[in-house]
Write a protein that binds this ligand. Sequence first.
Ligand SMILES: [Zn+2]
Length: 79
Amino acid sequence: MLRTLLIILCVYWTFKFLRKMNQPTRHHYAPPHATTGTSQAMTELVRDPVCDMYIEKTTAIFRSGNYFCSETCAAKFKS
Ligand SMILES: [Zn+2]
């Protein structure tokens, strides 16, 4: 009698464990898609005074009141 009860409990726990293992993977897929749309609308373009190129404000390098496309342009502006 006790043995059969233990076997039933063991089966129940393994099923519970497997359910817990499967659940987190489902939740990971949803969030990244929702944020991409808003970040694209927020992008602002700034002009590089050295090479006259327009770059995204988020990727540009800010040095002494100006935005630059790369470290080399920022160094050129100083000299
Ligand atoms: Zn540049």
